[in-house]
Design a protein around this ligand. Structure first.
Ligand SMILES: NC(=O)c1ccc[n+]([C@@H]2O[C@H](COP(=O)([O-])OP(=O)(O)OC[C@H]3O[C@@H](n4cnc5c(N)ncnc54)[C@H](O)[C@@H]3O)[C@@H](O)[C@H]2O)c1
Length: 438
């Protein structure tokens, strides 16, 4: 049987990974990849490295590994570069972040020490709690974007990479809403030249990446590429983009549990979530304007999954609170508490308590890896614009105008795997299964 599928370019040569923000998440990701390459650690949590995909009927027993099914870049071909407002190299920054043990960091030290951050596009107007020396200057934001493009070209040249991907792992910026400057590319470029306040630093990086036809993922809840000017630019240039806000920790738990409650028609009266977090991200989120960006991202999840309009008896007017407290002794090991008030048959109330002692960057690092590899795959398949099949990885998935985002983790996974089947010309899996009983 001739399979249809999509023409996919082979991943030949090196893949450059460009990261604005060499902090806890990105240094845990980079050090982790180097440790995995050296076979001293395993890529736990990464779907591209460990996941399988069922093909055809259950009787066929065809279940290849995802990385054998679609042509992904090899970890050995990844090369890293990044920007930060601090001058610490990747080893120093990872050591300060305190996520990984010194023995592991020392084992990969020669590889990560040479990653020195380029000067950042930064302004305290957008991240109030940070102040660092390694910052670019220019007469306007367009000039800063051009400097970012120069960094990229130098990196491309020095490392002889054949392809590039950019993932925003920088701090969460203050809350911003789409406005006139974001509505079209001409308006956006005018705003860049005129130093308009509506253009945040993360947008400058995203614009530079898209102009260079480099796929872009947004790991923070910032607006960044989620504005018409940049989604159109991605579409026109044939570049895949996705975002926003890596789905780890508490929100991951929410998108696992809420679909379960809904599928059993259990009601929800309230969901109270609080966290203590002591890393730099926690410090940035201690500023109310940055927290507002995060809060919006965290709050949207339950409404979309539970659909109160369709199920008013179960989900109308439930209370949803999210709090993050900066508590330095906890470092990157965030502790989250959830109190969930649900109700069942005849309205009888029940409570669920969750105490998740998680490690934020340990949960986020495999997401960065998967996004790098899948975005590169998407570009080699000729996919462009918003990649909704990568919603699986985000708290606030980007989607086409007029659509509501899909938050249910299990639907997101099915969508991701069906996209891979589609790319390879395999039957999509509907789980109907009538044929087994004919
Ligand atoms: N760890 C998680 O589970 C998780 C989950 C979802 C989202 N995020 C988001 O990912 C981002 C990174 O998280 P983290 O824990 O690594 O934070 P971090 O504070 O350790 O690292 C962020 C780094 O970005 C740098 N930075 C800030 N603005 C910059 C700019 N304009 N250009 C270049 N560098 C800049 C900071 O100096 C810092 O080193 C945050 O926005 C966070 O909210 C993290």
């Amino acid at each position: 049987m001739v399979k249809k599928g999509v023409k996919i370019e082979e991943p030949s040569g090196k893949l450059g990974v460009l990261i604005p923000g060499l902090g806890a998440v990105s240094t845990t990701f980079i050090s982790g990849v180097e440790a995995i390459k050296r076979k001293i650690a395993q890529p736990i949590g990464s779907l591209t490295q460990l996941g399988t995909i069922r093909l055809g009927k259950r009787t066929e027993r065809r279940v290849p590994k995802i990385h054998d099914f679609v042509p992904l870049a090899s970890l050995n071909d990844l090369v890293f570069g990044g920007w930060d407002i601090y001058e610490d190299n990747c080893y120093e920054s990872a050591a300060k972040a305190g996520v990984l043990e010194k023995t592991l960091l020392d084992a990969v030290r020669p590889d990560i020490e040479k990653i020195k951050p380029w000067r950042a596009v930064f302004s305290q107007d957008y991240v109030k709690r940070l102040h660092g020396p390694n910052v670019k200057s220019g007469k306007n934001k367009m000039e800063l974007a051009e400097q970012v493009m120069d960094d990229i070209e130098q990196f491309r040249e020095t490392n002889k990479v054949s392809r590039l991907v950019m993932v925003w792992c920088g701090s969460t910026e203050v809350y911003m809403k789409p406005e006139a400057a974001h509505a079209s590319l001409p308006a956006f470029e005018k705003a860049l030249r005129e130093n308009d306040r509506a253009i945040a630093p993360s947008m400058v990086y995203a614009y530079a990446a898209l102009c260079k036809r480099i796929p872009f993922a947004n790991g923070a809840p910032n607006l960044t590429v989620d504005v018409p000017a940049l989604t159109q630019l991605a579409q026109e240039k044939g570049v895949p983009i996705c975002g926003k806000d890596f789905k780890t920790g508490q929100t991951l738990m929410k998108t696992i549990l809420a679909p379960g409650f809904k599928s059993r028609m259990l009601g929800l009266k309230g969901w109270f979530s609080t966290n203590i977090l002591g890393n730099r991200d926690g410090e940035v989120l201690d500023d109310p304007d940055s927290f507002k960006t995060k809060e919006e991202s965290k709050l949207s999840v339950l409404d979309q999954i539970l659909q109160p309009d369709l199920y008013p008896d179960l989900y109308k007017d439930f209370t949803h609170k999210v709090r993050i407290h900066y508590y330095p002794p906890r470092g990157d090991n965030k502790e989250g508490w959830d109190n969930i008030d649900i109700y069942g048959w005849l309205g009888y109330p029940m409570q669920i308590k969750i105490n998740f002692l998680c490690r934020d960057s340990i949960l986020a690092a495999p997401i960065v890896l998967d996004l790098v590899l899948f975005l590169d795959l998407a570009q080699r398949c000729g996919m462009r614009g918003i990649q909704e099949w990568l919603s699986f990885y985000f708290k606030s998935p980007m989607c086409a105008a007029g659509l509501y985002p899909e938050h249910d983790l299990f639907i997101q996974l099915m969508k991701l795997k069906n996209t891979l089947r589609y790319l390879r010309g395999e039957d999509l899996i509907t789980h109907l299964g009538m044929e087994y009983y004919d």
